[in-house]
Design a protein around this ligand. Structure first.
Ligand SMILES: [Zn+2]
Length: 1005
């Protein structure tokens, strides 16, 4: 029988049943109402011990389904208990990553239906794997199935008839991911049971899945974080009776970032990059990411605002699957399953979005979490179906500080702050942003219902909310997650051919729309001043599989003429939608809608690289040599002969790398422009003395432009000294610090990572010249006082058996922050000649604690909303060393929702004047503000930032404080701004250099 017909008939029956269940007595919660055709009720040969355990660990009879209340026992095939010693979902049991891998490998060794492949290594050296599960036949012929999906992903060589034939032979790969967010522990446990069940159970539902679908699994997407979090749980969480463990979170998940591994739009982290590489070889049409944040199970369906470049087919597919899950789980009598009203479809930077970006389908769950593996009491409030009023435990998310937002939502109360930190708290890119995100995240908003809608409230998209108070266990979490996933797989098995056909048509449509639509392609012109950033943009696009060609001759189009060697992105290619999404300006569809993450990411603006949007269809026929390499490398040049090498500062991020590679040589910076032949060396260019051979080699390797000279140029210069550099981190907000660490590591800049312990120890000036305080904590007070004390110390130290703690720093007690003692030490540091650099929200700290006495910091109004738009910033002192390499005074920057700074002037504060005071000298850069200066994305209330400083250079004693209102080192993304921070480091003791002509300010170093 044609499986499509079977599928639709089955669906009709099931939906009918669901409607019936809902209309007759909704709360068909008794176990016998759960019997369902296709599931396997407990049978002889099932594991009786499993069934007993599940019953005991499930806190309410309606929290389990007939799909997961039993488990087959198959001679010779190890169940999770056979290897781990316990069934999945046992209270107070979490599995370390090595044991998770051990289980999958043991399973694969005993059944031909499971295969484990290694796809890379994590930052800390753990194996990254993908586990495949399918019928014997599917697993035996995996390569063949991979080939079919590859053909559908790029159908240019397929005729319609051939496509039909491929679809007939192919099977969809359905990829599942657990443990991207390490505190969201349940799915990584559940997936082991799922794998065993899929390999062994012979119920009609499972058999159809096994035959028609190839399931693949990422067991824990951040394995390093998994182990650190399991350590933390066994160290602290396991003994907690209520709520979150000790009020403190393990300071690190992965090596660099927490939840931003789900915001890594440029795949900087090796775990994300490995998965992308795997994706581009296997093309799973569906990627399903399993999280924990909502009550009891939220299934993503791609609500507004939506990325308009994605195929309308996708926007139909997403709610279809979500609604099928809702209906099935309602039929099984499980309350609290809902869709819509949470995450929107705007940003393409979520990990599973790699699928939608490549014509597949992103799916996502947020399952009710637990505090580690402890059974937790949930207080949901709301009105239970019998009409009895329940306690109202919720307050609107917006009325609380964001730090509390996550931890007090009902979901996260159970999640042990897992998702509270993970999602509700936002990216930490400024508390303002985090507040906004916390609100958008915690509560559905885009249905226009306003914020603060409790999840216990019935909505059209949540017809059966969970209400009241009850216990929630990790087995409940397993039951919900596994039932949902089995249901999604059931759907996939019944609509396998439709899903494949859709995947093919979406890929084909991507090519066709590219031929028809206004934007025909993009040109990244050759001959840009800094080609290293061009190289980076090309490589970031290539990494995602986007085809790029290099024009062998000059390109003449209606849109302009471009030199030979320009990079051409044509829109008639399978991944053209992604190219457009990444390269175009984001036009936000409705300013009244909130979004879950950034509103803008335009790659050319973020990198400050010239990217031309082309309407002229002739671009599709331009002759190009395809860039075949996954990464190009544009070598630099050094002309001339001589013992001194000048290196032009065109704004390459590699300048700082060069300086550190040549750290033993004398490197000077020209304070004025000079010429050598027809090469212009702008202010900031290096003049390097000694070992010309090595210098040339380094300049070429880094893609820079140099010239060997017989003698030094006749311009004022200063030595580019390397500072003793520290990066300061709180214990409670390490993520954005991690992004700065990551950038410094990638560019080869050494630093000490210091915490409150070092600050309190004092005498900072003796050890450091520059201390950078990255964006963190959200407010000055939180930066200073950090993790709240709970009456006993919380140590973060390596010990037996907790080997994963104490990495990247150690503390005998992570609570309490630097305190006022620490503030006093920072003040001494600055007064004694140190340079303190604060980024984003960290800039509240010097302003509010008096380290930058002339600077005040305020917050925008409640109406202001700026989820990471790209805006203009105006450089007021182009001669200042911070701006070496920049050749325009108006530059695009990402707005980071840091403080609204003001600098006090000499004017009598009581004087009434209509005239704004003149901008003080210490303001180096400012935001012109207003809608006209919003370049991409959304800023609501753009007048509020008008003329507020973006960077202030404030002297204090013998030192200075450089306050960035924005974040010049945001994720691995705004490369165009990185150099403002790098220049601050390299010219730390010459930051007054541009003022040479002006009277010296007392005390400036
Ligand atoms: Zn999450």
């Amino acid at each position: 029988m044609d499986p499509r017909r079977l599928g639709s008939r089955r669906l009709t029956t099931l939906l009918g049943a669901a409607v019936l269940a809902l209309s007759t007595g909704i709360l068909a919660q008794s176990a016998q109402n759960k019997a369902v055709d296709g599931a396997a009720p407990t049978q002889p040969g099932d594991d009786a011990d499993f069934a007993r355990s599940v019953k005991a660990w499930t806190t309410r009879p309606d929290f389990v389904s007939p799909l997961v209340d039993h488990l087959p026992k198959v001679e010779g095939v190890p169940s999770p208990k056979d290897v781990l010693g316990h069934h999945i979902g046992e209270p107070k049991k979490l599995t370390y990553y090595a044991d998770i891998l051990g289980y999958y490998r043991a399973l694969a060794a005993k059944t031909p239906r499971v295969k484990v492949t290694t796809i890379g290594r994590s930052n800390e050296g753990r194996d990254l794997v993908v586990v495949f599960i399918g019928s014997d036949e599917s697993i035996q012929n995996l390569e063949q199935y991979r080939g079919y999906l590859g053909q559908l992903a790029d159908p240019r060589t397929l005729s319609p008839a051939e496509a039909k034939d491929v679809i007939a032979k192919a099977k969809p790969i359905y990829h599942l991911m657990g443990g991207l967010h390490s505190a969201e522990v349940g799915p990584s446990e559940m997936l082991m049971e799922l794998a065993y069940r899929l390999a062994t159970e012979d119920s009609p539902i499972v058999k159809a899945i096994r035959d028609n679908v190839i399931v693949s699994i990422t067991p824990a997407a951040d394995p390093d974080g998994r182990d650190r979090n399991v350590d933390w749980y066994y160290h602290y969480g396991i003994n907690e009776t209520e709520g979150h463990p000790t009020g403190a979170f393990v300071p690190y998940w992965g090596k660099y970032v927490f939840h931003d591994d789900n915001r890594d739009i440029n795949y900087s982290q090796v775990e994300m990059r490995s998965l992308l590489d795997w994706y581009l070889q296997w093309h799973p049409p569906i990627m399903h990411d399993l999280h924990q944040a909502q009550t009891l199970l939220y299934t993503f369906s791609g609500q507004a605002p939506q990325n308009p470049n994605l195929d309308p087919i996708l926007y139909g597919e997403l709610p279809m699957m979500a609604n099928f899950e809702m209906a099935q789980m309602a039929k099984y009598g499980m309350p609290g399953v809902w869709t819509h009203g949470f995450v929107d479809m705007w940003s393409p930077g979520y990990l599973a979005f790699m699928s939608s970006n490549h014509n597949g389908m992103i799916r996502m769950y947020e399952i009710q979490g637990t505090s580690g593996a402890n059974t937790t009491k949930l207080h949901l409030g709301g009105t239970p179906p019998n009409g009895r009023a329940a306690t109202e435990a919720e307050t609107p998310a917006d009325s609380r500080p964001a730090a509390a937002t996550g931890s007090q939502t009902p979901a996260a109360a159970g999640a042990g702050r897992g998702e509270g930190r993970g999602e509700g708290r936002g990216s930490g890119s400024g508390r303002g942003a985090a507040d906004a995100r916390g609100a958008a995240a915690g509560r559905g908003t885009s249905a226009g219902r306003g914020r603060g809608v409790p999840q216990s409230q019935r909505e059209w998209y949540r017809p059966w909310p969970a209400t009241g108070e009850f216990e929630w266990s990790i087995r409940d979490n397993t039951n919900y997650g596994e039932t949902g996933v089995l249901t999604a797989l059931q759907y996939t098995s019944q609509f396998a051919k439709v899903i494949l056909e859709n995947f093919y048509v979406k890929s084909r449509n991507s090519i066709d729309t590219g031929r028809k639509e206004a934007v025909a392609g993009y040109v990244i012109p050759s001959g840009q001043r800094d080609m290293t950033r061009v190289e980076r943009v090309v490589n970031l696009l290539r990494m995602q599989g986007i085809e790029i060609g290099r024009a062998d001759a000059e390109v003449k189009l209606a849109d302009g003429t471009f030199p030979a060697g320009s990079f051409i992105v044509k829109r008639d290619q399978p991944y053209a939608r992604l190219a457009k999404t990444l390269l175009e300006k984001q036009v936000y569809p409705d300013p009244s809608l909130r979004t879950y993450d950034d509103a803008a990411w335009t790659m050319g603006l973020m990198s400050q690289v010239d990217v031309k949007e082309i309407d002229d269809k002739k671009i599709l026929d331009v002759a190009v040599a395809p860039v075949k390499e996954k990464e190009i490398h544009l070598a630099g040049t050094v002309r001339g002969a001589g013992s001194i090498v000048a290196v032009a500062d065109y704004g390459s991020n590699n300048m700082i790398t060069l300086r550190y590679r040549l750290k033993d040589l004398k490197v000077q910076a020209a304070e004025k422009e000079f010429k050598q032949g027809d090469t212009v060396f702008p202010a900031g260019s290096f003049v390097v003395t000694g070992d010309a051979g090595r210098v040339k080699e380094a300049v070429q390797a880094l893609g820079l432009t140099g010239a060997a000279l017989a003698s030094a140029p006749d311009v004022p210069m200063h030595d580019v000294d390397l500072p003793r550099l520290a990066i300061y981190s709180t214990w409670g907000s390490t993520q954005d610090v991690g992004w700065v660490r990551y950038a410094f590591d990638r560019f080869g800049v050494p630093y000490d990572l210091i915490y409150k312990e070092r600050a309190r120890q004092g005498d900072l000036r003796a050890a450091y010249d520059v201390i950078i305080v990255p964006n963190q904590a959200g407010s000055a007070k939180r930066l200073v006082f950090d993790v709240e004390g709970r009456g006993k110390p919380i140590e973060y130290r390596r010990s037996e058996p907790f080997k994963n703690l104490g990495m990247y720093g150690e503390s005998a007690d992570i609570t309490g922050g630097m305190g006022l003692e620490g503030v006093a030490e920072f003040e001494k540091f600055v007064k004694a000649g140190g340079v303190l650099v604060t980024l984003g929200a960290a800039s509240y700290f010097p302003a509010e604690f008096g380290l930058a006495p002339g600077v005040d910091a305020a917050r925008p109004s409640a109406q202001f909303y700026a989820p990471g738009p790209i805006v203009d910033a105006e450089i007021l002192h182009p001669e200042h060393p911070i701006f070496y390499g920049y050749n325009r005074t108006m530059v695009p920057v990402r707005y980071a929702s840091g403080p609204l700074l003001t600098v006090q002037t000499d004017r009598d504060p009581f004087e009434q004047s209509a005239e704004p005071p003149p901008t003080p000298e210490s303001v180096l850069m400012r935001y012109p503000g207003g809608d006209d200066h919003v370049l991409s994305g959304l800023m609501r209330g753009a007048n509020e930032i008008r003329n507020h400083p973006a960077i202030v250079d404030q002297p204090n004693g013998k030192g200075r404080v450089i306050l960035f209102a924005g974040n010049p080192c945001y994720r691995w993304q705004n490369f165009g701004e990185f150099n403002m921070l790098f220049n601050t480091v390299m010219h730390f003791n010459d930051l007054g250099a541009g003022e040479a002509a002006k009277p010296a300010t007392a005390g400036r170093p």
